[in-house]
Ligand binder design. Sequence first.
Ligand code: ATP
Ligand code: MG
Length: 473
Amino acid sequence: MGTLISYFTLMKDKIVERNILQVIRNVSIEENINAYLVGGYVRDIVLNQESNDIDFVVEGDAIEFAKIVAFKLKRKKVVIFPRFKTAKLTYRSFDIEFVSARKESYNKLSRNPDVSGGSLIEDLSRRDFTINTLAINICSMDEIINLYEGIKDIEKKIIRTPLDPDITYSDDPLRMLRAIRFASKLNFKIEKSSFEAIKKNSSRLDIISEERITDEFFKILKSEFPVKGIFLLEKSGLLEIVFPEISALKGQEIKDGIGHKDNFIHTLKVLNNISKRTTNYKLRLAALMHDIGKPKSKYFKKGIGWTFHGHDDEGSRMFVKIAQRMKWPNEVTDYVSKMIALHHRPISLTKEEVTDSGVRRFLFEGGELVDDLMLLCRADITTSNKKKLNKYLENFDKLSEKLVAVEEKDKLRNFKPPLNGLDIMECFGEKEGPIIGLVKKEIVDAIINGDINNDRTSAIKLLTSIQRRMQQN
Ligand code: ATP
Ligand code: MG
């Protein structure tokens, strides 16, 4: 096929990568053990994409093989998983993994296979998708082993399992999410029978841990086509299982001839808009979840229509529960829940005459999220009416200008009140308690409302007058 020879010529600038492969090739020759480049690394060669994950199948003891490679590359650390006959090492930015050729059998209750020795062919057949079954013998380096027509599927942009899809997904249900992940990363189509098998096996996802699901889900969000990923999750029935809160956005209710928009479709549009502007997966996640409070806050007011009052706070609380259930890190929980809680603020601000105090409060409460909130509110405009769209965008432009002006003047974005709880306690001679909290809030409100300047002297002056007032009462 010659692909590899030309690849090596192409690699002349990739000195580190070339060096790694040369060293492994030499070990294979010296030890007389076949080692094959496999999986995503070979797929990415064909796709002409960079990859920092290099996987090898070794027809022999992969752990011993990895130790010799590590010695030659002057790496001390080899991470070994004896149960899976796997060894891993890192070299510069590369993760290099060796696995003994294996065949596997599964038991119904777990996704961990029983591993026993096998040949390269058996090893390739147990891989998830044909595009991931390609291999290259590191010694001969002249041909891509293409047992399952993986190259043709890459050319046709198709995701297909090498064996019966029903068995493939049932054996390891994580593969359903991987299929969707590759579809949204590469913009490939999942073959029809494969997609049917995913639908059929969707409920099997319950044997997969939240951590593994999260890993794939975040990769979908980070991919080039996250909307495609979410759309496929919904169509396959997997979204309903993992995030029923998002599925619940689907549909439109009609009363007295008045309908509301389908909030799922709206959400996909918002995600699409934001994904054009940022690759930050947390911001994309906020876009995906921003309206989850709507189904619960939905209310039909006679003569007025549908309202969703409080969907921001409701959604924020719901998100915290989702994050706990999925065991997401605090930085994700804190960021997204705050984004959801505040996502409607810029819209409310532009609906009325934009006042300095409204802008100050937004800067104070939004803090470092203000820029992301402005991006989200722009992405949240999904009207197809050009006139309306331009009017909304203009309003946000005005708000942005005002934000810059007020921020320059008052420096409220990372605002810390000039007096803290300790100062107030000292002045009042009281321990921490509700009064201290109330006084603190009164001072902050006075600054935000522009009644006093944002400095210590003005705050102490106000504190003294509050104290006097309280003594009189
Ligand atoms: P990327 O590194 O871009 O995430 P990848 O295809 O390399 O993609 P890995 O998770 O690194 O994915 O896995 C390496 C290879 O191992 C895959 O290409 C595939 O051949 C195989 N593989 C990984 N996970 C599974 C699985 N759940 N079932 C079957 N084969 C798998
Ligand atoms: Mg990989």
